[in-house]
Design a protein around this ligand. Structure first.
Ligand SMILES: Nc1nc2c(c(=O)[nH]1)N[C@H]1C(S)=C(S)[C@@H](COP(=O)(O)O)O[C@H]1N2
Ligand SMILES: [Mo]
Length: 262
């Protein structure tokens, strides 16, 4: 499996990072001055984000602009006093959803429903693996929310599945533990804080727009949380662990902000 964007930045991280800084000093300073990145996304991760698109002429600058504008959009979309992310109307829903992963879409390896199981680990009393039938049999909730990717794009999606809170209660998870970590069929990993895991807008999603998830979007099980950025929503989940030891994640281990949302 090839790595779509990382290849170019990790071969020459210093060179690309420094070139981005030099060529775009004014824009970078402007973004820094506005202070939004402090404590959330570091300048290092900003450089990495722009490095993601450094393959094309002019794209570094447009990526920097996208990140800058994206931060304004995130503030508007996510930082709400009631801590509930906005929801949208059925007519806003993008069909099909927009694909992203750390590899190209034609390298998606579909997960077979018949052999898939969800393993449980850590501070969970019932570690019996879950099957697709079991997760589909649970009562489902639905939400229409915005997916915001740090690359500077977004779409409104209609997701349904089992609220993660209800799932954690069903497996006897210690909900006083600090973190929930995810492993995925494509070797992606991710983790969220327990407050996000218990948030009413956090689902283990099995369906999109009323139909089972399609392969590129995480069949049979993915996370959808309205309060976090795209990279905090692992697809093709194969294992869930409840733990007090802070887990990392695929992008988090490569410099992205761990919290990644509200
Ligand atoms: N397993 C897995 N989950 C993943 C990723 C991935 O590469 N592998 N990419 C993340 C990123 S960066 C984004 S923006 C979203 C994309 O989800 P979508 O295809 O539904 O838009 O998936 C997230 N979850
Ligand atoms: Mo993303």
């Amino acid at each position: 499996m090839s790595i779509k964007r990382l290849g170019s930045i990790f071969r020459r991280p210093m060179t690309v990072g420094q070139a981005v800084m030099d060529d775009n000093r004014k824009l970078v300073q402007d973004i820094e001055r506005r202070g939004f990145l402090r404590g959330t996304l570091s300048l290092g991760s900003l450089v990495m984000l722009t490095g993601c698109d450094a393959g094309h002429e002019g794209s570094v600058q447009s990526a920097l602009r996208a990140v800058s504008e994206f931060n304004d959009a995130v503030q508007a979309a996510l930082f709400r006093p009631d801590h509930l992310a906005p929801t949208y109307a059925p007519e806003d829903v993008a069909i099909p959803p927009r694909f992203n992963a750390f590899f190209p879409r034609d390298e998606v390896r579909p997960v077979a429903a018949s052999t898939w199981k969800l393993d449980l680990a850590g501070r969970v009393s019932n570690k019996t693996p879950w099957t697709v039938d079991r997760i589909w049999a649970e009562p489902h909730s639905e939400m229409i929310i915005k997916h915001i990717c740090v690359e500077g794009w977004d779409y409104v999606g209609q997701w349904s599945g089992v609220p993660l809170r209800r799932f954690l209660e069903a497996v006897g998870a210690d909900t006083r533990a600090r973190y929930v970590a995810f492993k995925c069929a494509d070797d992606y990993t991710g983790s969220i804080d327990m407050a996000t895991a218990l948030h009413p807008q956090t689902l283990l999603a099995t369906h999109y727009a009323g139909k089972p998830l399609e392969d590129p979007f995480g069949f049979p099980l993915r996370l959808r949380t309205a309060t976090k950025l795209g990279y905090k929503n692992p697809k093709w989940i194969t294992a869930i662990e409840v733990t007090n030891d802070k887990p990392g994640g695929f992008w988090e281990d490569r410099g992205f902000n761990w919290f990644g949302g509200i």
